[in-house]
Design a protein around this ligand. Structure first.
Ligand code: RB5
Length: 147
């Protein structure tokens, strides 16, 4: 069954975001792309929060956010209650943040990664499922910190 994937970047990551949008669409999921479409500077906190709100509200199942390093947009996404977003540059971590941490968003650095690796990271993240069990207890502890 196809899922809805929220996607957003800042100005530093437009090319990678477009590649991710095409890749995720080709996989059969629906991309909700928050842009930007033009290269003017756009702040990563606003973009990260906008994508995160789509995920936190249930409008999207998962989210992918991209900036120069992935770090700033990840920090912004994680300020939205209900969001667990990790920056990844290796496929093991991209898989494990789903399996063990129930991450619902992935952050990538367009100035860090080549497009080939970035798309492999997207696949690792989207193909993995939360394992629950003992990991659920720990994720519940994170959720409890949100008050
Ligand atoms: C923009 O120049 C850059 O600071 C941003 O894309 C990101 O790397 C921040 O974390």
């Amino acid at each position: 069954m196809s899922r809805r994937i929220a996607l957003a970047s800042d100005h530093a990551a437009i090319e990678l975001r477009r590649a991710i949008a095409a890749h995720v669409t080709a996989r059969g999921d629906v991309v909700v792309d928050l842009g930007p479409e033009t290269p003017e500077s756009i702040p990563y906190p606003a973009q990260g929060a906008a994508a995160a709100k789509l995920v936190a509200s249930g409008a999207c199942d998962l989210g992918i956010v991209v900036c120069g390093t992935g770090q700033g947009i990840m920090m912004a996404a994680n300020k939205v209650p209900g969001i667990r977003c990790g920056v990844c540059a290796d496929t093991f971590s991209a898989r494990m943040i789903r399996q063990h941490n129930d991450a619902n968003m992935l952050a990538l650095g367009a100035r860090v990664l080549g497009i080939g690796l970035a798309l492999d990271l997207v696949d690792a993240f989207l193909d993995a499922e939360f394992e629950g069990g003992r990991h659920a207890t720990r994720v519940d502890m994170i959720k409890a910190m949100e008050g």
